[in-house]
Ligand binder design. Structure first.
Ligand SMILES: Nc1ncnc2c1ncn2[C@@H]1O[C@H](COP(=O)(O)OP(=O)(O)O)[C@@H](O)[C@H]1O
Ligand SMILES: [Mg+2]
Length: 352
């Protein structure tokens, strides 16, 4: 069966507010994509529309060759994991996981086998008889995951499943999710506003803003060569240097000149330099900039460098280098070529 997802011109209005503004999105079978965007941009609304919990105002949603609009959520064979665990509190872990299979009238022996396999997969085989309240938040979220995969879903949908966990649990469950997804190969759509999570998990990231898709790409491509300033700034820290392009080259605030990778860009706003790509070297003599402020973060030291009337961010890694003091003169080294960023403009038909 073809488990690709195709979304065509999807619109969702709440009253007079247009929350999804005509989205088109193709997700190949087996791909893990994250929907990344700020709070309120419509991620949950899109996910709920795919799940069938929310009715789109117009547009189409397809699973392979099958149109899903009008198909009840329980007939879609989608597994879902939400921010809150939503387990039945009075049922044991294994009963919670078995629930979906019982609803589908799966034979008893199969249920026992599949529930045990799903609990093993999420590392909770030994906890089958416990009640949800006897487990930690991270373990409860693993139960929710087991419950989602035990039905052998065509698609897995995640809505910020790690956001209620503390940082350490979040990291370990995130790593496990990645391993599990690679093992299972189920088409997955994962909603998050956390750029680190999006990059760590996804084959591809789809960036959203105000009910529209800004752009999509692999984590590496979007981080290194985003088309839009919005993407560059949402995917981590970046310096945006406004500069004119002349004969394929741009001039940086401290006078260095670099070739531009995409000089033909029609409405460019400037070039992006990631702080970790801006190297600094202390000097007593001729200098490009001066340290304004530093912040030691353990694995890295963050610097604010005054250069040519601008303040630029630089990140130095390598634990053994000394932390430079305020007022220290530095030489700056930018990457050998730079990438122009465009302004994202909302589509004309966006306003309702
Ligand atoms: N049931 C609803 N009724 C009215 N407005 C809603 C409803 N659900 C969501 N919205 C609005 O739709 C927009 C997108 O919400 P949502 O999809 O939850 O965003 P996200 O998940 O990206 O934070 C928000 O402005 C929100 O207030
Ligand atoms: Mg949401």
């Amino acid at each position: 069966m073809d488990c690709s997802i195709s979304i065509r011109n999807l619109i969702k209005d709440f009253g007079t507010t247009r929350v999804l503004k005509g989205l088109d999105l193709e997700i190949p079978a087996g791909r893990f994509i994250t929907l990344l965007g700020p709070s309120g941009c419509g991620k949950t609304t899109l996910l709920r529309s795919i799940a069938g919990i929310s009715d789109p105002t117009s547009g189409e949603i397809w699973l392979g060759g099958r149109r899903l609009d009008g198909v009840a959520p329980e007939k879609r064979n989608f597994g879902m994991v939400f921010q809150t665990y939503a387990l039945f509190p009075h049922m044991s872990i294994e009963k919670n996981v078995a629930f979906g299979l019982e609803m589908r009238r799966t034979p008893k022996a199969d249920i026992v086998r599949r529930v045990a396999a799903a609990l093993d997969l999420v590392g909770l085989g030994a906890h089958a008889r416990r009640l949800p309240r006897q487990l930690s938040g991270g373990q409860q979220q693993r139960v929710a995951l087991a419950r989602a995969i035990v039905i052998e879903p065509d698609v897995l949908l995640f809505d910020e499943p790690l956001s209620n966990l503390d940082a350490k649990l979040r990291d370990s469950l995130r790593d496990d999710l990645r391993t599990l997804q690679q093992k299972l190969g189920i088409t997955s759509i994962y909603v998050t506003h956390d750029q680190t999570e999006a990059m760590a998990l996804a084959d591809e990231i789809v960036v959203m803003k105000d009910g529209e898709i800004v752009e999509r790409g692999t984590p590496v491509d979007l981080y290194r060569r985003p088309s839009f300033r919005f993407t560059a700034e949402f995917l981590g820290m970046t310096n945006v240097v406004e500069t004119e392009v002349r004969q394929g080259e741009c001039r940086l605030p401290w006078g260095a000149v670099r070739p531009v990778e995409n000089p033909g860009e029609p409405d460019a706003e400037g070039v992006a330099i990631r702080p970790e790509d801006l190297a600094i070297e202390p000097t007593d003599g001729e200098h490009d900039g001066v340290v304004e402020q530093s912040m030691f973060m353990g694995a890295a030291t963050h610097y604010w460098i005054a250069a040519g009337g601008k303040t630029l961010r630089s990140i130095a890694t390598g634990g053994r280098t000394a932390v430079l003091g305020n007022g220290q003169k530095v030489k700056l080294t930018a990457p050998s070529s730079l990438h122009l960023l465009r302004t994202f403009k909302p589509s004309a038909g966006a306003a309702s």
